[in-house]
Design a protein. Structure first.
Length: 119
């Protein structure tokens, strides 16, 4: 069964690159370009995994995390952000994120093993 992954990332080039890499590994990937679009897509059909940026227009990643928690959705969430402080990651974990990856530290080979860990 194909795993469905929602990528919430406002950097279109990066988001499309991530989606392509996921698709090359057999996943179905959709891109939400802002937090409002991410919330709409999540409510329409819950994915098997959410890759979530924190700094996005319209609604930020923390808003999306709160929405997921308030709705009781249970899919895993991996944060992909350039915010690297422990306070940022701890806030995400307290809102239900399972993992946190700093995009500037990310190597192209890091993402798929992390995704597999949570599927």
């Amino acid at each position: 069964m194909t795993k469905r992954i929602l990528v919430a990332e406002d950097d279109v080039f990066l988001g499309e690159t991530i989606c392509l890499a996921l698709q090359e590994n057999g996943a179905e990937a959709r891109l939400a370009r802002n937090g409002e679009e991410a919330v709409s897509l999540l409510d329409a059909e819950q994915p098997d995994l959410l890759l979530l940026d924190l700094i996005m227009p319209k609604k930020d990643g923390l808003h999306v995390l709160r929405h997921v928690r308030d709705k009781g959705y249970t899919f895993p969430i991996i944060i992909l952000s350039n915010l690297s402080s422990d306070m940022d990651s701890q806030k995400c974990f307290s809102l239900g994120a399972q993992d946190y990856l700093v995009k500037s530290d990310m190597d192209e080979n890091d993402l798929w093993p992390l995704v597999l860990k949570h599927l």
